[in-house]
Design a protein around this ligand. Sequence first.
Ligand code: NDP
Length: 241
Amino acid sequence: MEWRGKRVLVTGAGKGIGRATAIKLGHRGATVIAVTRSKDDLRTLAAEIDCQQVCVDVADGDALRTAVSSALPVDMLVNCAGTTVLSSFIDTDPEEFDRVISVNTKAPVIIGQIVVRDWLRRGVRGSIVNVSSDAARRAVADHTVYCASKAALDAVTRVMALELGPSGIRVNSVNPTVTMTPMGVLAWSDPAKADPVRARIPLGRFLEPDEIAEAILFLLSDEASMINGVSLAVDGGLAIT
Ligand code: NDP
């Protein structure tokens, strides 16, 4: 894949998986439009790679629409910004439910609509990767909203792939297992919770941000030209257990 000349919008580019993806893209010659809500993260990222900085809270629909519209045109999109709340089903606060869904599911829809409308207008055969989770397909205790938000994101991914495929636009998701980013540390630091999950992974370890970033770049790229509508497990084999 020739990344030079490609403009790739990456949300959640400040930390973790989004940052690893942005850095890999930048090192391979792409221009990254880095979206996150921390100015400090954007500043340090810009010291590492050539990127356009977009500071916005993706849960704020109006601000998001303005920010993404003014960042166009882009050739590819990675929806990676994500959040969680640790709470049992019985204690889940409906307002927290809305907040997590806004970031994990609704923001990718809003951004996707803006980007795809522009592609359809210009006849661009673009590619989108939504960063979902292994939690989209299994029950994880204290992750009610998170599981729901990622299952919904996979469903959105499939419908986008179905409807946009005829225009040459591909849409896929990656579904990582535990990755020790700031979010991973928040949810998986307790060995009593983490060890049994790690033990079920055939490859016997958690994921590194660079490993998921590599899968994202592959799905974005022309090398994946016939892959559309998949939810790609990047989990050392956890999905088959
Ligand atoms: P991190 O918390 O390490 O990074 C998330 C990034 O998204 C941060 O830069 C964060 O900014 C940004 N972000 C979060 N909320 C918003 C918001 N409302 N507006 C703008 N930016 C926002 O998470 P990960 O890298 O671990 O997660 C990336 C994606 O991967 C998420 O979608 C997550 O659900 C998914 N995932 C993660 C797994 C893991 O174990 N880590 C496993 C499976 C999937 P800030 O720090 O300022 O909030």
